[in-house]
Design a binder for this molecule. Structure first.
Ligand code: GLN
Ligand code: ZN
Length: 760
């Protein structure tokens, strides 16, 4: 048998227990000690479970109350002074960094949060300033190691590595990365020593930053840290763990350093195998081979995996291989066993975290079986994988493969249709609109809950939603907005709603994945070919339009966002899936048009989400189909139909031209939180598309004043022609309250009106 391990396990609990305990703690319903005891029980249960499933090297310190990076900030004592000054207890200081703090001890914002590489997980960003004093300041990793030892499990403690920590930190003072090297190396040496005293064998240092594009300074930093650090490892075995790609920029350096183990990703690491074949692998080092996909939820294809592993023969001795997940299992749900209402015919195809442990154990025996072809475990898997491929919508596949260049080009070109639209829509300069959703008040949520429980009929539900829409239109007329929306009351979630109304998606009940802290998401699964079999949004939007003479925007979620916020298939390409979704949405757009809808907004909130980590892959692996997928949705609408899109961020400096090439007529995006810095970027890029950088931040209940909004608009007008500027909030209003929304929107309209009068 080959030895097995995983990089990390999910930690919120299979029923999201940790989330609920933590929220109880925030509300003051349970004591610190109770929360800690619950967490200790959860860890123990998970370790025992992994042991029972046969995992050889079980990770510890992969648990977190909020986030592993935040734990590392704590471990290294890199707590910014403002949080220390609050004088709170340890756990509360920790949560203050996560959430911010407002109370009798002071008022401090939260640390920033950023996307963890190419996942939908978010980490808390370390902030280092010239006073940061990096020293080991928490006992968490050691305590968790001892805790597991008490139940007889010698774990492999997991730590964010020093290189990745420094690469991901924000530097607030004059000091930069390399100025922290000696302190951080000292701290990790101390950590090594502590673990040695505890009798620990292996420790895992996570260095996912190694899979990103590294320049010479970065590489030097990596070498500087590890050359020094590895001098004091003694008997402790150090595993350099990488994931989310291959380490092409440093592979040759890595294999010449005295690591005891190197963890490589064979799932996302396109060049991992090539690197081993080219440079070899040190003979006394253990390879931790990431062969089980830690990000997706499909059963492993044993034929494929075995062939990868067999390719390594001759390069690495089998006994020097430990098989592992490609990344932490944090990014997948707990278990398919929690899906009581999913039919068995579907369930068999899925491997969530728990089932992945079983796959590791299967592969560990198949890998040493010379006749694995005859092995029942193998045969069952091969038959399963093959059976999945049969489900195919031939007609749709043909349609996708018959697409030609012209299917992606909207005619006439932007400038020409701009004039046509101006005549058709008669909008004032600085048109004022919103992003789509209006507050999802408790009554709206209750309505959906009732429908789910069959307490009201669909007919009654629809009537009540329409009543909300009618109120919403009346309100918008009263406020004086120029382009209206229907309010999106019928939608629980912008992706789920479309998924539920398209063929090809599967939904789960409990397949939660941590997004950040206590927040979890439940992505739909793309099961089969995607097709629209009935109009989705048309009835509500047409109804909304029937109530007003002002244009109401038809509101669609774009193909790339639907794809990026779902678990994708692995048997067809992302491009194929995106085009299938796009064709479905194209039909929807056509139906909206024929119902008299003059503006259609295709939201691409998550367009940037899966932009590859390496710049050289941006086009070939992503943008080359993602941008066309968007264009496919709208390219055959009438010239007079105005296409809008919306994005939930504004940092697109690097792909600004590609965004323009989506060939929308208007784009709105977040801007308020990034101090409208996007305005300069747009000006510099000579952005063609008309724009609506959000004039106020909807992520806070604060009501912006008329003056504030006015100065935001004036600031934008310095760089953007009034003919191209729209006025809108920076995202949907669904999480906001009705009162504040009403006031904010009135201020926004007043601000736009007063400026408009001066322009004329
Ligand atoms: N139209 C959506 C809304 O207003 C957009 C949401 C989003 O960007 N996340 O809610
Ligand atoms: Zn948004």
């Amino acid at each position: 048998m080959l030895k097995t391990t995983i990089i990390g396990y999910p930690r919120v609990g299979s029923q999201r227990e940790l989330k609920f305990w933590t929220e109880d703690y925030f509300k003051g319903n349970i004591l610190t000690e109770t929360l800690k005891a619950h967490a200790a029980d959860l860890r123990k249960k998970q370790w025992q479970f992994q042991r029972q499933k046969g995992v050889d090297l079980i990770p510890s310190n992969d648990f977190s109350f909020y986030d592993g990076m935040l734990d590392t900030i704590f471990l290294l004592g890199a707590i910014p002074q403002a949080y220390k000054d609050l004088g709170l207890g340890k756990l509360d200081t920790y949560f203050a960094m996560a959430h911010g703090y407002q109370g009798k001890n002071g008022d401090v914002r939260a640390l920033s949060m950023r996307k963890w590489f190419n996942t939908n997980y978010h980490y808390m960003v370390p902030e280092l300033d010239d006073n940061s004093d990096i020293t080991v300041s928490s006992r968490k990793p050691f305590e968790e190691y001892s805790e597991a030892l008490e139940i007889g499990i010698k774990t492999k403690p997991v730590l964010v590595g020093p290189f990745t920590f420094l690469m991901l930190a924000d530097y607030k003072g004059n000091k930069h990365k390399s100025d922290y090297v000696s302190d951080i190396v000292k701290a990790y040496k101390n950590i090594f020593n502590e673990f040695k005293l505890l009798g620990c064998d292996w420790i895992q240092l996570d260095e996912p930053s190694l899979v990103t594009d590294l320049d010479k300074d970065d590489i030097d930093l990596f070498i500087l840290i590890y050359k020094e650090l590895l001098l004091s490892k003694g008997d402790l075995k150090i595993l350099l763990q990488t994931y989310f790609g291959d380490i092409r920029d440093v592979y040759d350096k890595v294999i010449s350093l005295p690591f005891d183990g190197i963890g490589l990703d064979f799932v996302e690491g396109k060049k991992t195998m090539g690197l081993i074949l080219k440079y070899g692998f040190p003979k006394d080092t253990m390879l931790f081979a990431g062969i089980i996909n830690g990000k997706n939820i499909w059963r492993n294809n044993y034929t494929k995996t075995l062939s990868i592993m067999h390719e390594l023969k001759g390069y690495i001795l089998t006994e020097n291989i430990i098989i592992s997940s490609s990344c932490s299992l944090l990014h997948v749900p707990y278990t398919i066993e929690n899906e009581a209402s999913m039919e068995e015919k579907y369930k068999r195809y899925f491997a969530f975290a728990q089932e992945k442990l079983e796959e590791l154990s299967d592969l560990s025996s198949l890998l040493i079986d010379a006749n694995y072809n005859e092995n029942n475990i193998y045969k069952t898997n091969a038959a399963l994988i093959e059976s999945k491929m049969i489900n195919m919508d031939i007609e749709l596949r043909k349609k996708v493969s018959a697409l030609t260049k012209n299917d992606f080009i909207r005619k006439p070109a932007f400038e020409e249709r701009k004039n046509i639209q101006e005549e058709a829509l008669h909008l004032p300069v600085l048109p004022v609109t919103t992003i789509g959703s209006f507050p999802q008040t408790p009554d709206v949520k209750a309505l959906r809950a009732k429908l789910k429980k069959n307490e009201i009929t669909f007919k009654d539900y629809k009537a009540l939603i329409k009543k909300k829409i009618a109120d919403c239109i009346a309100l918008q007329e009263d406020i004086g907005l120029n382009v209206l929306v229907h309010g999106e009351y019928e939608r629980n979630d912008m992706v789920e709603y479309f998924g539920e109304n398209l063929n090809g998606f599967l939904f789960t009940q409990n397949a939660w994945v941590q997004s950040y802290g206590t927040r979890c998401v439940k992505p739909p699964i793309i099961w089969g070919d995607i097709r629209r079999n009935k109009p989705i949004t048309v009835e509500y939007i047409a109804y909304a339009q029937s109530l007003t003479s002002k244009p109401v925007k038809g509101m669609l979620t774009g193909p790339v966002t639907i794809l990026n916020w779902s678990f994708p298939r692995e048997d067809i390409s992302n491009r194929e899936m995106a085009f299938q979704i796009a064709l479905a949405l194209k039909e929807e757009a056509a139906d909206l048009e024929s119902e008299g809808i003059r503006i259609i907004q295709i939201d691409e909130a998550a367009l940037k989400e899966k932009l590859p980590l390496r710049r050289s892959d941006w086009h070939s692996d992503y943008l080359d189909w993602a941008i066309p997928a968007f264009r496919l949705v709208h390219c055959s609408v009438k010239p007079s139909t105005q296409i809008h899109t919306h994005m939930c961020y504004s940092e697109f400096n690097d792909i600004i031209n590609e965004i323009d090439e989506m060939d929308a007529d208007v784009i709105s995006f977040e801007a308020a939180r990034s101090h409208y810095s996007i305005v300069d970027v747009l000006a510099k890029a000579k952005f063609k598309t008309a724009v609506g950088p959000g004039v106020y931040d909807i992520h806070s209940p604060r009501v912006p004043t008329n003056e504030e909004i006015k100065s935001a608009i004036l600031l934008m007008l310095k760089k953007i022609s009034p003919k191209k500027l729209w006025v809108n909030p920076d995202c949907g209003l669904k999480t906001r309250g009705e009162k504040e929304t009403n006031k904010s929107l009135r201020n926004m309209v007043a601000a736009a009106n007063s400026i408009r009068n001066n322009i004329r």
